[in-house]
Design a protein around this ligand. Structure first.
Ligand code: ZN
Length: 299
């Protein structure tokens, strides 16, 4: 037996119970329901524009019914009607009834759109927290360099307990706050594991417009958005600097480095260091890259 819908389409009468019935009518509109708010300027109730006459013909039947006519040529380039769109003219169906396709995506947007991190325009609450954390910083002008940049970067010069950043780091507030909070934990670890208060952090890269791992073909690094920082070494008043590197297991230096690296995962979404890959053998890379579903990369 034919499927009921096929039978219906072909005009073959079929079993009446197999013909789908329309749903029941909705209840009447309550009289006390407020109407659509009139437009503020004219006082008139807004109405959708009239359907253009060119579009009024019924949809074509057949296997291509759901596919609109396109003016894309076989080489994938846009047809002539796209020139009008590029010129900013109103796009209308052509006389032949063809529906124009949208213009191609501009080349300068062809990189990963997810790579663009938009800093919040108002970071005043973050700056207030950063001040309460004992950080010293000043606002820098917005950075805009092609796809790189930051709307509200800060120059971070010192953290709580007069821990100096050498050199100062250029970071957006969220990343600066993460660094400040993590350094508070590093101070606890320094006192516990080394018996020495932390006095400075040696900073490698903070803001820099470049691809990941200095590869110009790679996705842009979070450094490109002032959203990542490389910590090269930890300085103390009464003992030698501890550089980030694979340390001999069981030494106080190794205990300290393992502790601070582990704590970094609580404050940063990305933590890479010695053992992650060759590019991170001599520093901790810390950033706040946004990932789907809040995933972190903590190695
Ligand atoms: Zn880095």
């Amino acid at each position: 037996m034919l499927h009921p819908s096929l039978a219906f389409e072909k005009g073959v009468p079929s079993d009446a119970t197999a013909i789908p019935m329309p749903p029941p009518a909705p209840p009447p509109r309550p009289v006390d329901l407020p109407g659509v708010a009139p437009a503020a300027s004219t006082g008139e109730t807004p109405r959708p524009p009239e359907r253009p006459a060119e579009l009024s013909r019924s949809a074509p039947a057949g296997p291509d019914a759901a596919r609109p006519a396109q003016t894309v040529k076989e080489d994938g380039k846009a047809g002539p009607s796209d020139e009008a769109a590029k010129a900013g003219e109103t796009v209308k169906p052509t006389a032949s009834g063809e529906i124009p396709v949208p213009p191609p995506r501009p080349a300068d947007l062809s990189g990963s759109p997810l790579a663009v991190t938009v800093a919040p325009l108002d970071d005043s609450a973050c700056r207030a927290r950063l001040e309460r954390l004992g950080a010293r910083f000043e606002a820098l002008p917005a950075i805009s360099n092609g796809q790189c940049g930051a709307a509200r970067p800060l120059k971070l010069t010192a953290l709580a307990d007069e821990i100096a950043l050498t050199p100062p780091a250029t970071l957006v507030c969220e990343t600066a706050e993460a660094l400040a909070r993590w350094t508070t934990e590093a101070q606890v670890a320094a006192t516990r594991d080394l018996g020495q208060p932390l006095k400075s952090l040696s900073i490698g890269t903070s803001y820099e417009c470049r691809g990941q791992n200095h590869d110009p073909d790679a996705k842009l690094s979070e450094h490109s958005f002032a959203n990542g920082v490389d910590v090269m070494a930890f300085g103390f008043a009464g003992r030698a600097t501890i550089s980030v590197m694979p340390a001999t297991e069981g030494t106080p230096e190794a205990t300290f480095l393992t502790a601070v690296r582990g704590r970094a995962c609580d404050f940063f979404r990305t933590v890479l260091g010695p053992g992650s890959d060759a590019a991170h053998a001599n520093h901790l890379h810390l950033d706040e890259r946004q990932r789907n579903a809040g995933h972190r990369l903590c190695q």
